[in-house]
Design a protein around this ligand. Structure first.
Ligand code: GAR
Length: 199
């Protein structure tokens, strides 16, 4: 059984999908052992607490003096303290490198709300990939689960799922459809597959 540490920044619906997948048995080769947020007001912290999962808040500015290496070091220290094997970024909207990336190289999984290599890279997070997809006029978008390396959204793709864009979509409407039809399905599946294959 792999020990999974989840990093979040906000609502935590992808974290909820992982918690639900663990309850339903879809996620069975790994166990969520802690949740770390870079925002004190992230609702995902409440979701974790409701599921009895330990949480920690590590903020880049308030706790790390705005230093990205210190931010990475503190997150890495918490993951190691909790004996985490696999780190999952479930709506973690901060960029990091340094110690966490080095220590957990090849063992950090991210979910991105577009079909990589479209609408990804630095600054493309949250609603922005959906706004960019609508501005471009694509008729199909989706979500991608991939490994994290030093290139933002550039690591090996583990799973992707396409979602149709519909006439009249707003970024918010499209985001919700991509979450429901892709993200909440493929993130637990990809995490299970990764944990099972790397057991
Ligand atoms: C999700 O759509 C996730 O794919 C995206 O942020 C949202 C977080 O929602 N992540 C990125 O944009 C990463 N570049 P959640 O907190 O409800 O899971």
């Amino acid at each position: 059984m792999k020990r999974i540490g989840v990093l979040i920044s906000g609502g935590g619906t992808n974290l909820q999908a992982l918690i639900d997948a663990q309850k339903s048995g879809i996620l069975k080769s790994g166990e969520i052992v802690c949740v770390c947020s870079n925002s004190a007001s992230a609702y995902g912290l409440t979701r974790a607490a409701n599921a009895g999962i330990p949480t920690k808040i590590i903020r880049k500015n308030a706790d790390c003096g705005g230093d990205i290496d210190e931010f990475s070091r503190q997150i890495c220290a918490y993951m190691k303290e909790m004996r985490v094997d696999v780190v999952v970024l479930a709506g973690f909207l901060a960029i990091f490198g340094g110690e966490l990336l080095k220590e957990y190289s090849g063992r950090i999984i991210n979910i991105h709300p577009s079909l990589i290599p479209s609408f990804c890279g630095e600054g493309m997070y949250g609603l922005k990939p959906h706004r960019a997809a609508l501005d471009y006029g694509v008729k199909v978008t989706g979500a991608t689960v991939h490994l994290v390396n030093e290139v933002v959204d550039g690591g090996k793709i583990l799973m992707q799922k396409a979602v149709e864009v519909q006439d009249g979509d707003t970024p918010e409407v499209l985001q919700k459809r991509v979450m429901e039809q892709a993200e909440w399905i493929i993130l637990p599946q990809a995490v299970e597959k990764f944990c099972a294959e790397n057991a």
